[in-house]
Structures are given as structure tokens and as C-alpha cells.
Design a protein around this ligand. Structure first.
Ligand code: AMP
Length: 396
């Protein structure tokens, strides 16, 4: 069954209930200022499209932060309602809670077209995937739209269970569509050669995706602190580098597979005695006892760039070093620069890789920068997500 997107829906004179990911970062000073509006901005094409179809009401829902099932006003969606009203030029009514008895009356009234339900995660039923809670939310709308790609890997009430109540009337939004189509290019017969680049800090977080990728990639380039458990597992000295015993065990497991031949590791390193130190070039595999590896070295950059030259598909997750420190950002930025010049389908996914690519200033030259973080990695691991499956096949 095909997934239906908003362009196939009929919203004219309907109450549309839509799930977005408005989980934006707020200023730590308690002023409620949104420090990065990207997530709201990414939802605007879907919101504007629905409004152009002349619905009766658009009822928007989202979570913000981790209030853990309790009403904590620092996680109120009030700043989001204010920002939406500004960018859409229309009033946005924020409800007192998402299960307020008055919501049904408000929907019947003619005043505001745009309603934002207060934070779904003020109720633990949301993350529990509670059916009654999903049913209550579903009663606000005639049609359901899912555009919260960043939470589509969760079986929550508003991202999954609710779809049960809209068996023929559930649609994916434009953001979800863009993400699914881009990720399908990686999952579904990627153009060859397909080169994966994995960095970041922990093997345990990424073991499943490494195992999955090793089947489909031609080569998997490893960088960042991710490299040291593999080097240690191969008998090399990693000095004081980040390297957890559990990760060394997992690395040994992966290296026991014949697919290990596809893995390429750093051949030199930038090191220091501590992350605040100046960079020393260690031009060999072994890192001295008093040093920690904090970036890939220049020979590794050259080697990786050579491999990348012929790529037709590139997937990158995780920085090549401690890129937040200028002394150790060269590897990450060099790889960002080099993939931005390729004539290939390039996809960057996962929180830190996205901030690294934004910091390097080449994000507009990447085919797709996935905003999904966990959701995009899970999509690559499993070839789909629960929220996407539910839109396609429904929920029993
Ligand atoms: P992850 O969330 O697993 O992608 O890890 C990203 C984090 O790993 C970033 O904050 C990087 O600064 C950090 N990182 C990458 N390489 C290193 C390294 N060699 N030493 C210490 N931290 C690193």
C-alpha cells in the first residue's frame, strides 16, 4: 500500500488534526525565547498548504522537552504559539491542556482557525501510547496529518495509535515526505559506489546501524572516537583516547565478520594530553600512553577524500573528531567540504553531524540534511519507521 501525502487529502471545510515536531530549544535563562526555530520552520510548508485548502480548523499538536507526564510550565508550547502567530500572520489559540473538555466547544466556534494543543507530554498517556488518550485526540479532527518525522520512530499516542481512528483519512506531511523519500534512496538500492562515513563517540549506540550498513556499502570510513575501540580491538595502543571496554567488545564482534574488509580506519591522528591542549600530529596507528586521539590526521583526510571521489551515494553520521574545539575540527570540516563537492546523492543525518555540517557552512550543498536524528538512523536500520508503517497500513 502506498503512503498518502497531504496533496492527496481533501481538507476543505474539515477539522484537520495534525502532529508536528515543535520540540525547539529554549533559552536557558527562563525567558521562553526560542533559540533555534528550524523545527517550526520545517513544518510551515505543510501548515500553509492545509490552510490554503480552506479547512474549518487546523488543530496542531506537539511535544516539547521531557516533562515526564507532568504539567511543567517551563515546557509550555506558549512560545511556539506566539512564533506561529507571527510567521503565519494569524491568531493561534493555545489550549490549557490537550484534553481540555472545552476544546470540542472551541472547535465548534467560529473564531480562530488555528488551534495549538498544549504539550502532549504533560500526560504520560502520550509516551505510553495509551489508546483512550489517542481516541480523545482523534475526536478533535475529521482528518489526520503526520508531519513529525523526528518522532515517527516512536509508538506514541499522537504519532501512532491515533492513526487507528483515521483508517482512510491519514496523510503524511511535506517534511515527512521529504525525509522518507531521501532515506529511501539510501535504503533502497543506493547508487554505487555507496560510501558510509561513521564517526562520533559510541560504538554501542551505533552498532546496529554499522552492521546494517556493512551489508549495503562498498566502504565504511570510520572516524572520531568511534575509531579507537576498533584500533584497540586490533591490538593497537590508543593511549588516553575515549575508549570504553564495552565498545572494544562490540568492535571485536564486528571485526570477526568477513564484512570487516569494507571498513577503513584512520592511519594517523591529531592528539593532545587533554581536549584543551594544542594538537600534535601522531603519524602512525598507535597513540602514545600520555596522549588522547581527538581528530583524524592529514593523511587520513587525504585517504578518505580519495575514496570519496568516486562515490555516487554518501551517508554520513557522526563527527570525525572533537569538532567543538577549533584545534580538532579540521577532519570533520575537511570531510564536510569534500562531500559537498561530490556529484553524488549525499545524506547527512544525526544530531551532531547536522550541527557540524551547519558549522562548516556547506549544508546547502548536501543533497539532504536529515533533521530526524534518532528517527533517520532507525529508518536506515529497519528500512522504515512505526509511524510511517502506520500511515501505510493502519494500526489494529
Ligand atoms: P555522537 O553523538 O556519538 O555522534 O558523538 C558526537 C560527539 O563525539 C561530539 O560531541 C564530538 O565532539 C565527540 N567526539 C568525536 N570524536 C571525538 C574524539 N576523538 N574524542 C572525544 N570526543 C569526540
Amino acid at each position: 500500500m502506498a503512503l498518502k501525502y497531504v496533496t492527496e487529502g481533501n481538507f476543505n471545510n474539515k477539522n484537520v488534526i495534525a502532529r508536528f515536531d515543535f520540540n525547539v530549544p529554549l533559552s536557558k535563562d527562563g525567558s521562553g525565547k526560542i533559540t533555534d526555530t528550524t523545527r517550526i520552520d520545517s513544518a510551515l510548508p505543510t501548515i500553509k498548504y492545509i490552510l490554503e485548502q480552506n479547512p474549518k480548523k487546523l488543530i496542531m499538536m506537539s511535544h516539547l522537552g521531557r516533562p515526564d507526564g507532568e504539567v511543567k510550565m517551563k515546557y509550555s508550547l506558549a512560545p511556539v504559539a506566539k512564533y506561529l502567530a507571527e510567521v503565519l500572520g494569524q491568531e493561534v489559540l493555545l489550549t490549557e491542556s490537550c484534553t481540555d473538555r472545552s476544546i470540542k466547544t472551541i472547535i465548534k466556534l467560529n473564531k480562530q482557525k488555528l488551534i495549538l494543543l498544549e504539550n502532549l507530554r504533560f500526560h504520560k498517556e502520550e509516551t505510553d501510547g495509551n489508546d483512550e488518550f489517542a481516541k480523545t485526540l482523534s475526536e478533535y479532527g475529521d482528518v489526520f496529518v503526520h508531519d513529525a518525522f523526528g518522532t515517527a520512530h516512536r509508538k506514541h499516542a499522537s504519532t501512532y495509535q491515533i492513526i487507528k481512528y483515521f483508517p482512510n483519512n491519514s496523510f503524511g506531511g511535506f517534511l515527512l515526505q521529504k525525509e522518507v523519500e531521501a532515506l529511501n534512496k539510501i535504503v533502497d538500492k543506493p547508487a554505487q559506489p555507496f560510501i558510509g562515513i561513521m564517526g562520533g563517540a559510541k560504538v554501542s549506540d551505533k552498532i546496529k546501524i554499522i552492521e546494517k550498513l556493512l551489508v549495503s556499502v562498498d566502504k565504511l570510513l570510520i572516524g572520531g572516537a568511534m575509531a579507537y575501540p576498533f584500533l584497540k580491538a586490533s591490538g593497537h595502543n590508543v593511549g588516553k583516547s575515549l575508549c570504553d571496554d564495552e565498545d572494544v567488545k562490540l568492535a571485536k564482534q564486528i571485526l570477526a565478520s568477513p564484512l570487516k574488509q569494507k571498513m577503513i580506519f584512520p592511519i594517523d591522528h591529531l592528539c593532545a594530553e587533554n581536549p584543551d591542549g594544542a594538537a600534535t600530529h601522531i603519524n602512525k596507528l598507535d597513540i602514545p600512553d600520555d596522549q588522547m586521539g581527538l581528530d583524524i590526521g592529514p593523511n587520513t583526510i587525504r585517504h578518505y577524500n580519495d575514496i570519496l571521489k568516486s562515490a555516487k551515494t554518501v551517508l554520513w553520521n557522526g563527527p570525525m573528531g572533537y569538532f567543538e574545539k577549533d584545534n580538532f575540527s579540521k577532519g570533520t570540516f575537511a570531510i564536510a567540504e569534500s562531500i559537498s563537492k561530490l556529484k553524488a546523492f549525499t545524506l547527512v543525518g544525526g544530531g551532531d553531524s547536522v550541527s557540524a555540517i551547519n558549522k562548516s557552512g556547506v549544508s546547502n550543498k548536501i543533497s539532504h540534511v536529515s533533521t530526524g536524528g534518532g528517527a533517520s538512523l532507525e529508518f536506515i536500520e529497519n528500512g522504515t519507521l512505526p509511524g510511517v508503517q502506520a500511515l501505510k497500513f493502519g494500526v489494529n
